[in-house]
Design a protein around this ligand. Structure first.
Ligand SMILES: Cc1ncc(COP(=O)(O)O)c(C=O)c1O
Length: 396
């Protein structure tokens, strides 16, 4: 048993157990299992929470992103701009349509799309821009939207890791023409299985997404276009209804833990995540940057502390995308970041003592490193990392 697991979903379940079991039983009693009335109820409250008109619930964040691309008629020959430092589902959605993902490097501070590099990546084939609010930190949407507007290109937010995060005082999900969320169990708002949602203020896009997730039906058994079965099941909606009521409280707890980490780790020779005046992150991950990461990880593991790497290989260097023809050096900030990033445990139920235990162990690991000399500092190479960590990445 870990002293500090990366995430403790069981601890969270214990806090809502009675409600959850009653809600699951109510779904069984209703016998409305697939996209029943409880799903519509969740859509209404999640749309209101995000401050948008429509929420279209689906069976995963990947499906939500795929639908967003389809609703913009993205297809073969088109390009969609996003970042290489993300979970690969961001670009799957583009590739499923036959379009090509085009990458813009991240800003090393915010760790999200660097707006200063955006314009240079736009071509006449660019059909959409897909910034990612990585680790719960909103991308710098103002310059992104300004450039996108100037070129008449729609923006879709990948908010899979950022439920409830604020940018310029507004919740993410309101900035793009559509925005996509994941309810994978480990997310800040996680289902007890798979789930996702597309949110939008546009009536027509919402109607098309609703049809596309349900076999292209606008009327039962009348199919207007080739479509998908991407519906959310009622059990997931029942869980999400309960958890959404706790989300702000849980995000506040994460933020408190992040603040404590930053205070306790201050002064160590490691990179810490920054806070920005224009936004309030929701700390889906607390990611530090350090040299000789594998040693640090294994020291922490020895102390019973589980960590994660999000992500060991940026998307442009993944084998699946070899056909795009990228090589190391194409997106140096993402590459360097993926070599050094290390995610510390963070979850609402984590105790103060656990946060202190992680910080102390990290302090010990780093001091031990300094004492034993830093000469091996930057020897590990990206692809080497890739092989070593293929099996050690915890999906958040
Ligand atoms: C940034 C990002 N985009 C998309 C997804 C895809 O969501 P899902 O796993 O629900 O398909 C995830 C979730 O892992 C994610 O972290």
């Amino acid at each position: 048993m870990n002293k500090v697991p990366y995430l403790d979903l069981h601890a969270q379940y214990c806090t809502i157990r009675e409600e959850v079991l009653a809600a699951l039983e109510a779904v069984c009693e209703s016998a409305r299992f697939a996209q029943g009335p409880i799903t519509a109820e969740f859509e209404n409250i999640f749309a209101a929470y995000c401050g948008v008109k429509h929420c279209v619930s689906v069976n995963s964040g990947t499906s939500a992103l795929h639908l967003a691309m389809l609703c913009l008629n993205v297809g073969p020959g088109d390009e969609v701009i996003t970042v290489p430092m993300t979970f690969i589902a961001t670009t799957w959605a583009v590739s499923y349509t036959g379009a090509r993902p085009v990458f813009v490097d991240i800003d090393p501070e915010r760790r999200t799309l660097d707006a200063e590099k955006l314009e240079a990546a736009i071509t006449r084939r660019t059909k959409a821009i897909l910034p990612v609010h990585l680790y719960g930190q909103p991308a710098d949407m103002e310059p992104i939207l300004r450039i996108a507007d100037h070129h008449g290109i729609p923006v879709v937010e990948d908010a899979a890791q950022a439920h409830g995060a604020l940018y310029q005082g507004k919740r993410v999900g309101q900035f793009g023409v559509m925005s996509c969320f994941s309810f994978y169990p480990g997310k800040n708002l996680g289902a007890y299985g798979e789930g996702g949602a597309l949110v939008t203020n546009e009536d027509q896009l919402a109607a098309r997404a609703r049809a596309l997730r349900d076999h292209g039906q606008s009327r039962r058994y009348y199919h207007d276009e080739i479509a998908y079965n991407y519906r959310m099941d009622s059990f997931q909606a029942a869980i999400l209804n309960i958890k959404l009521r706790q989300l702000d409280k849980w995000n506040t707890a994460r933020s408190r833990q992040a603040r404590a980490y930053s205070k306790l780790l201050n002064g160590l020779p490691i990179g810490l995540p920054r806070r920005f005046d224009d936004s309030e992150a929701v700390w889906h991950c607390y990611v530090i940057e350090c040299e000789r990461r594998e040693e640090v990880m294994s020291y922490l593991k020895g102390e019973g502390i589980e960590t994660g790497i999000h992500y060991p290989v940026p998307v442009h260097l993944q084998r699946a995308y070899a056909s795009l023809g990228h090589c190391p050096g194409d997106f140096p900030i993402s590459e360097e970041f993926s070599r050094r990033c290390l995610s510390l445990p963070i979850y609402p139920e984590m105790t103060n003592a656990q946060v202190h235990a992680v910080a102390q162990a990290l302090r010990d690991a780093v001091s031990y490193q300094s004492a034993s000399g830093n000469q091996a500092a930057s020897n590990d190479r990206l692809l080497h990392n890739h092989q070593e960590h293929e099996n050690t990445t915890v999906k958040p």
